[in-house]
Design a protein around this ligand. Structure first.
Ligand SMILES: [Zn+2]
Length: 528
């Protein structure tokens, strides 16, 4: 008998935390950051208190009340006493590991709270992206996926109570066990083991997945971040397949096709399948994005700004091709350069920035006396590739700037000419906070008199991209008909939808398929 308990990813898009247990052992399928649960209580200036360790997260229902799986440096005194009578409290020990599907935080973010001796199983690319994102990001207390800063309780002189503060002893890396590419080049090994932020790093060598108590299969799939995979776990009830996030219409859709074939051959007992875009009837392909972006940018005369999702390397490569074909320079930010450089350590088809004529790197205004090592290295390694705001300002027609809303702060230095083009290649706002940012984005464009293309407008109570400007964004998720095809071709005995706001879609559309669709409930257990 296998038990699947759903601690996240039910009725919400993201935050997947699924516990799989049978007599062989226990695994979590992803351990994601539950954005929608955070939004219920928190916002930018009201966040769980890092100084309170795990307390806020457990009390506010952001983390499952599972004693024994979390970092002990975050356990305040007598922490668990208050939860032992709670409905969903459980003591949980001997976790074999986390099967991580990809490096989006809604799947990986809360790994930061887990005990460091719990292995994270992933592809090498996912492990490397997790590190690159953390190296070059803000590394907030609740998003330290690859390594973390242990906390110690300290009481300031004159204070009556202590709090949990980041220790000065350095960062500690988690154990990542990769399903592929164990042999790393020296350069790749260096990247993994070296600290590039301000703290030193106690690193752990990459392990492999063979030590897991379960027989595992890792199937690479296509998604809007490189390195994504689905997992297969051989349990006492048969194979359980967990899709993670996937699509068939992207640049590497063939990977997902292979996963479908190989998973079907295992005659799985259960398929846990994502359903983000169940209500979409069709997809825009990455090739269409290229064609539409090319048309818009080829006709533009002044500066072009391209706004696309962070870490979507495929989209970056699409705009790189547009840049080559329109004789412009794709102007990327240092963090994108760092990600490309990191990915090239594992995948030789990723372009080498130093050799690629159509890429330059934008040097942001840095107001720090001690910028992090990764940033200094990027500026040093590619010093001939650096462009400044004044270079862009004086030759606006030569560039495609890869900026998102969060980078618009540079515009006062760049002074884009009236009529410059803002190409929006991302998705519509999904919540009120994002809507506020869309209003602000519109205000920025009006202020600098930029022309928007593909940008959602607010009309009749909804945000929508004008009909004639659609086709600039290929979603990371398969549409409804593709998801049904995946389910029918894998033909599991049981299908459990997750990562969806409309899981009934599968009940309604698979009634003739012989597949038993079971809708999970939050904290509920499905026995298979
Ligand atoms: Zn994702």
């Amino acid at each position: 008998m296998v038990k699947l308990t759903f601690y996240g990813g039910v009725g919400e898009i993201g935050g997947n935390k699924i516990l799989l247990e049978d007599d062989k052992g226990k695994l979590f399928l992803d351990f994601g950051y539950p954005y929608s649960k955070y939004r219920v209580f928190y916002e930018e200036y009201l966040k769980p208190r890092p100084g309170a360790g795990l307390l806020d997260l457990l009390v506010m229902g952001l983390l499952p009340q599972l004693e024994g799986i979390y970092r002990t440096d975050l356990e305040t005194e007598n922490l668990w006493q208050q939860f032992r009578r709670a409905e969903h409290y459980r003591k949980l020990e001997d976790i074999d590991g986390i099967l991580l599907t990809h490096a989006h935080l809604d799947h990986s973010g809360h790994i930061c709270f887990l005990r460091e001796d719990i292995s994270v199983y992933a592809t090498a690319t996912t492990a490397f992206i997790a590190k690159a994102v953390q190296d070059s990001g803000t590394s907030a207390f609740d998003q330290q996926v690859c390594y973390f800063t242990p906390r110690v309780e300290e009481c300031l002189k004159g204070w009556k109570q202590g709090a949990y503060v980041a220790s000065s002893s350095g960062d500690r890396q988690r154990r990542f066990c990769v399903a592929d590419k164990l042999e790393l080049s020296e350069e790749a090994g260096n990247f993994w083991e070296k600290a590039t932020r301000r703290k030193k790093l106690a690193s752990q060598l990459l392990g492999d997945i063979s030590k897991c108590s379960f027989n595992l299969r890792c199937f690479p799939v296509d998604h809007s971040i490189p390195g994504a995979c689905s997992w297969g776990v051989e349990t006492s009830s048969g194979w359980v397949i967990y899709s993670g996030d996937l699509r068939l219409h992207g640049r590497h859709g063939k990977l997902t096709e292979s996963m479908i074939k190989e998973a079907a051959q295992l005659h799985p007992r259960a398929l846990i399948l994502e359903g983000t875009n169940v209500d979409k009837a069709a997809n825009v392909s990455e090739q269409e994005v290229y064609e539409n972006a090319f048309k818009a940018i080829n006709d533009a005369s002044g500066l072009v700004i391209a706004d696309f999702p962070p870490r979507d390397v495929n989209r970056l490569l699409t705009f790189l091709q547009v840049a080559r074909d329109t004789k412009r320079k794709l102007t990327i930010l240092p963090r994108d350069a760092y990600l490309l450089k990191t990915m090239r350590l594992l995948e030789s088809e990723i372009p080498d920035i130093a050799q690629e004529d159509a890429i330059v790197i934008y040097q942001e205004t840095t107001a720090s006396k001690t910028p992090a090592l990764w940033l200094r290295n990027i500026y040093q390694d590619y010093s001939s590739k650096i462009v400044l705001a004044k270079d862009v300002r004086s030759n606006q027609g030569d560039f495609i700037l890869c900026f998102s809303f969060w980078d618009l702060n540079e515009l006062p230095s760049i002074q884009p000419r009236t009529g410059s083009l803002y190409v929006f290649s991302s998705s519509e706002p999904h919540n009120e906070e994002q809507e506020m940012d869309f209003w602000r984005l519109h205000h920025w464009l009006e202020h600098f008199q930029l022309r928007a293309y593909g940008l959602p407008l607010y009309r009749n109570g909804i945000w929508e991209i004008p009909e004639e400007e659609k086709g600039l964004h290929a979603s990371g998720h398969a549409c409804g008909p593709d998801l049904l095809r995946i389910a029918r071709e894998i033909q599991p005995e049981v299908l459990i939808p997750v990562h969806s706001e409309k899981p009934e879609f599968y009940v309604d559309n698979l009634s003739d398929s012989g597949i038993n669709v079971i809708l999970p409930t939050e904290y509920g257990t499905v026995e298979i």
